[in-house]
Design a protein around this ligand. Structure first.
Ligand SMILES: Nc1nc2c(ncn2[C@@H]2O[C@H](COP(=O)(O)OP(=O)(O)OP(=O)(O)O)[C@@H](O)[C@H]2O)c(=O)[nH]1
Ligand SMILES: [Mg+2]
Length: 501
């Protein structure tokens, strides 16, 4: 049933049809202001919708909880802001750059005297984290983009664009941190016209301006409460499972087995079909990590997101693995995790890295892995017959970071030689065809050049995968260009040709 792009917020009228299996292929609720059930439940399918309505019979109330994500370049003042939200203005300025992600909970009184919980995610701003952070840019969260008002650069635009693509119109507040009183004016009207989700721009010196900070905090509280999903009804037994998971996390339990999660749910009278629906819902809300579709990871519910995600970053940040240009043995990763409290979790962490498309097992090796993101920057020498290659170019209006790395992970079965993979390019090989894919981030292009008798097949395989990858960013604007094969164009080199486009 297609309900997409309608004003439907409640699916209860079609519940009898769902129960009688009169609607077979699920309900498309894309772009609906759905609250009964929440969007994440409806997207799980008909059974989950029925389960959710059943659970509501026990009584329900709003959860009053939301995620607050703080993003921006390294050193702009994200942790400064997070700490002030948590502990008030008098807090001394932080001195350490954030490694990975820091998650903390800020509690305040809502307008109706109830308690509201904001889970703050403070993202490390260094370049290495940019592509990974994308996995945590969840929908239905409040975003704060912090910028250093002293710096004239265009990188800030990157954050706006990526949030626009991944957050599905979540509200955004921009904070221009005027360190030492300096200020660069943003074109607010232009910004709001271009990015409809920008709610407000604040200019303040986070180290000194306590009045400005109070105004900002007030606005943050208002925007958090204004998000419709925070008022979605939660069944009271789902709330108690949520609370038990939180208590366990606070007492230092980082993860529990799926069986234990089932037992916790059973104590609250949640039927077995409800357990999986709730597990997936808690994952989609960013409360726990639970990968229902992964045979290894689905055995565990990870209660401490920060701990788990930072386990992944331990490997990405490791000097030895960086020196080895992203190539590592399972034992190298095990040594890192053994040192830092991730004992007995090596398989899961490695699986998580693969799930995030950060690394892949190198075929025909024993336990060797590669993180494409850490590959050498320099292009290897390649013999290539430019003029007789079959070409396909992708031109992006905005290019998310890490596209090529993710493509390499997805198509690693065609990387016959890791010497022919570098930070901005790769050679894929398949019977009778070789393809060079080059990402030019500055020009926003992915260029495919394929040679050999079976080129068409390889181009089809790779372009299908690129299309799927592009499709994971809703609303990404990209053109596919098939270079002209007229006499003039055929005799141009790739760079000559590109200058014509
Ligand atoms: N003078 C001054 N210094 C500030 C201000 N805000 C932050 N700083 C300093 O700038 C440095 C970086 O601030 P952080 O809050 O750690 O920046 P961040 O964005 O969290 O940085 P990463 O975690 O590396 O991405 C720290 O040494 C802070 O003390 C400010 O408003 N004025
Ligand atoms: Mg920080």
């Amino acid at each position: 049933m297609d309900c997409s792009e309608t004003q439907i917020s409640d699916l209860s009228p079609i519940l009898p049809l769902l129960k009688n299996k009169k609607i077979e292929n699920g309900v498309n609720v894309f772009d609906c202001p759905l609250t009964s059930p929440p969007l994440e439940i409806a997207n799980q399918g008909n059974e989950a919708i029925i389960t959710w309505f059943e659970s509501q019979k026990q009584g329900s109330k709003p959860l009053n909880e939301a995620k607050l994500l703080i993003l921006g370049e390294g050193g702009v003042g994200k942790t400064t802001l997070a700490e002030k939200i948590m502990h008030g203005f008098g807090r001394p300025l932080p001195s350490d750059s954030t490694h990975g992600i820091e998650i903390m909970t800020h509690t305040f009184q809502c307008h109706n005297e109830q308690e509201f919980k904001a889970n703050i995610w403070d993202f490390g701003g260094q370049e290495i984290y940019h592509s990974t952070h994308q996995f945590f840019l969840t929908k239905r969260s409040l975003y704060i983009l912090v910028d250093d008002a002293r710096k004239e650069d265009t990188r800030f635009d990157y954050w706006l664009q990526i949030v626009e693509l991944l957050s599905e119109r979540s509200p955004v507040i921009i904070v221009q941190n005027c360190k030492a009183g300096r200020q660069r004016d943003l074109d607010q009207t232009g910004l709001k016209a271009q990015f409809g989700n920008v709610k407000d721009v604040f200019y303040l010196d986070l180290s000194q301006d306590s009045t400005g900070f109070d105004e900002l905090l007030h606005r943050i509280h208002l925007e958090l409460q204004a998000m419709p999903h925070t008022r979605e009804p939660w069944a009271s037994n789902w709330i108690s499972v949520r609370a038990t998971c939180e208590q366990l996390r606070q007492t230092g339990e980082k993860r529990i087995s799926y069986e234990r999660f089932e037992a916790i749910c059973a104590e609250s009278n949640i039927q077995p079909d409800g357990v999986r629906v709730l597990g997936r819902y808690l994952h989609d809300l960013g409360v726990v990590l639970y990968f229902h579709d992964d045979p290894l990871l689905r055995r565990t519910v990870f209660l401490d997101n920060q701990w788990m995600v930072n386990g992944v970053y331990e490997v990405l940040d490791d000097t030895k693995i960086k020196e080895k240009q992203g190539r590592f043995h399972r034992q190298d990763a095990a040594d890192i995790w053994e040192k830092s409290d991730y004992r007995n979790l090596h398989d899961e962490l490695l699986q998580l890295m693969m799930k995030f498309e950060l690394c892949y097992p190198i075929p025909d090796t024993v336990d060797q892995y590669l993180v494409p993101h850490l590959l050498p920057a320099s292009t290897p020498k390649l013999e290539w017959d430019e003029k007789n290659s079959l070409q396909l170019h992708y031109r992006y209006k905005f290019m998310p970071k890490g596209l090529l790395s993710r493509l390499i992970v997805r198509l690693h079965r065609f990387v016959k030689n890791t010497e022919q993979a570098w930070r901005t390019g790769v050679v894929f090989e398949r019977v009778g065809a070789r393809m060079r894919v080059v990402e030019t981030y500055g020009e926003k292009y992915l260029r495919l050049h394929c040679i050999g008798a079976q080129s068409r097949e390889l181009v089809t395989i790779v372009s299908d995968e690129i299309d799927r990858l592009n499709g994971s960013y809703q609303g990404l604007k990209v053109e596919k260009l098939v270079p002209c094969n007229c006499n003039t164009c055929q005799h141009l080199t790739a760079s000559e040709y590109s200058s014509f486009l």
